[in-house]
Design a protein around this ligand. Structure first.
Ligand code: PXP
Length: 249
């Protein structure tokens, strides 16, 4: 059974569109509340909740993350940049896992993942700091052999394969090539004893193919769930996606 991590960043994006200037994140008329959304997503079958606390705080705020830590019943996965400030925050917060993601152009591979090869020392420092405090680390990388091999060498227990290039190519013959890249990267990661997650650009249509990737442990999905939730509500959006991820279960 493939697990679903629901990324709730865009619920906070909507709240911030109205309340950024006031600095308020909760109470009175402040809406929508991402923590309420997370609880409803869990009730509908989410296996974990993912948030990205960006350095520019464009959507999720620190207070949201602390409220989630106290509230949710599943796992909290914190996406973060590879910086000393975020490392310090994660050590205090004690999420169940962290996923290291790029936040500026220099840290990004051509396909959009964190360029572990170019930033080996910085990534190693965070992976080691997380291991020392018992937090599992995932690396959000493009599906390339060199990135996968280095993730294993750095002893990051998990990787998250960036599915953005595949999703972008969905209406072109390039899709097959991108799927094959993901398939090979997942197989290599599994041989190297990495847990294989994937995310970015996954939706209710391409899930039919993505779910056939070998060794998939968890998918992290945000945008398409939030978009569907606008029309059907979050619980229906989550349960429908889970049905499509694991048909017949
Ligand atoms: N995984 C990671 C590491 C992400 O940063 C994001 C958000 O871009 C996602 C998954 C979810 O992507 P999407 O919102 O396209 O589903």
């Amino acid at each position: 059974m493939i697990l679903l991590g629901v990324n709730i960043d865009h619920c906070a994006t909507l709240r911030q569109a109205r309340y950024r200037e006031s600095g308020r994140t909760v109470g009175a008329n402040v809406e929508p509340d991402p923590i309420t959304l997370a609880v409803l997503a869990e009730r509908a079958g989410a296996d974990g909740i993912t948030v990205h606390l960006r350095e520019d705080r464009r959507h999720i705020q620190e207070r949201d993350v602390w409220r989630l830590r106290e509230t949710i019943a599943t796992r909290l996965n914190l996406e973060m940049a590879c910086t000393p400030a975020m490392t310090e925050f994660a050590v205090k917060l004690q999420p169940d896992s962290v996923c290291l993601v790029p936040e500026n152009r220099r840290e990004v591979t051509t396909e959009g993942g964190l360029d572990v090869v170019c930033h080996e020392d910085r990534v190693r420092a965070v992976v080691d700091a997380m291991r020392a405090t018992g937090i599992a680390t995932s690396l959000f990388i493009s599906p390339d052999e060199a990135q996968v091999e280095l993730a294993a060498k750095l002893r990051s227990p998990w990787i998250e394969l960036h599915t953005g290039a595949y999703a972008e190519a969905c209406h072109s013959p390039e899709r097959k090539t991108q799927f094959e890249r993901l398939r090979r990267a997942a197989a290599l990661a599994h041989r190297l004893e990495l847990v294989v997650n994937a995310g970015h650009g996954i939706n209710y249509v391409n899930i039919a193919e993505i779910r056939t990737l070998p060794h998939l442990h968890e998918l992290n999905i945000g945008h398409s769930i939030m978009a569907r939730a606008l029309f059907s509500g979050i619980e229906e959006a989550v349960s429908e996606l889970k049905r499509r991820m694991n048909p017949g279960q």
